[in-house]
Design a protein around this ligand. Sequence first.
Ligand SMILES: C[S@@+](CC[C@H](N)C(=O)[O-])C[C@H]1O[C@@H](n2cnc3c(N)ncnc32)[C@H](O)[C@@H]1O
Length: 304
Amino acid sequence: MAHAHRPGHSGHRSPAHAAPHPGAADAPATPGEPPNGLPEILDLDAALFAPHLTALTGRIACLAGDDVRHIVDIGAGTGTGTFALLERFPAARVTAVDSSPAMLDRLAGTARDRGLGDRVRTLEADAGAGLPGVVDADLVWASASLHHLDDPATALAGIRAALRPGGLLAVAEVDGTPWFLPEDGSSGGLEARCREVLNALRTEHLPHMRADWGALLAAAGLPVEQERAERWELRSPLPEGAGRYAYLVFERVRGALDGRVGPEDLAALDRLLDGGPLDVRHRDDLAVRSTREIWMARRPADHG
Ligand SMILES: C[S@@+](CC[C@H](N)C(=O)[O-])C[C@H]1O[C@@H](n2cnc3c(N)ncnc32)[C@H](O)[C@@H]1O
């Protein structure tokens, strides 16, 4: 791993422990450490949706061009974007930025295991307060991370300063907890009710969760070139790991909703986790559905 850089923290950290990804529930954790289960959820999300991610990095390459040398991954987590982009851009190196040392350690270990240690630098920083020493990036990637940052305007100014003129910013945000249960009504609307309560919780903890990123990007001097919502969907037969992914997400949902939904819904959630016939680890009637909103914006080239 090249230069693991650990500057001191600049005061407030965004509540990563209130970080639902991919739309999973809030869970208590030691400040600065990822909540229980989140790293495994992120890795499973990356593995299950790898074909969608490959298609997305292909569209990024169409806008960014082939000559991408320096990529910055904001709120890199376990490295989903870092590794997908290293594969897409073989001449590039990545600066992986995260406020969680545990996430960065895990990402660094994966990079070493994959023989990519010399192409990845980790930077522990609050990306909402600027990106110290990061300049001349050809591409900045921010997936499920911008909504964690305290002040979008300050954060986007820092990202703009890190980009070279003409450099591209790709933002992806998740619309909430993924859907797993059959759409035939057999679950009695359980997921919809849970998502409603979770969304209210997130709005409380993460006020920028559903911000108008297109307008914020434009206001920050990063005009948007593409904006789209993509439905990422996996249907039966699901790939290996999907049952475990559903289990981990529902486990976190169950933890976050304790005392916040009625006893019938808690009992229904328990039945998805209890090893019985409805346990999501053993069912063949599940799907995985998630919506990603994508914005591609560019720092204008300098003229004169
Ligand atoms: C939901 S995860 C997304 C991880 C990864 N980008 C992905 O798509 O799988 C959000 C990440 O943002 C990080 N994060 C939260 N607040 C941050 C901040 N203020 N500065 C840098 N990273 C932050 C968290 O530690 C976590 O790793």
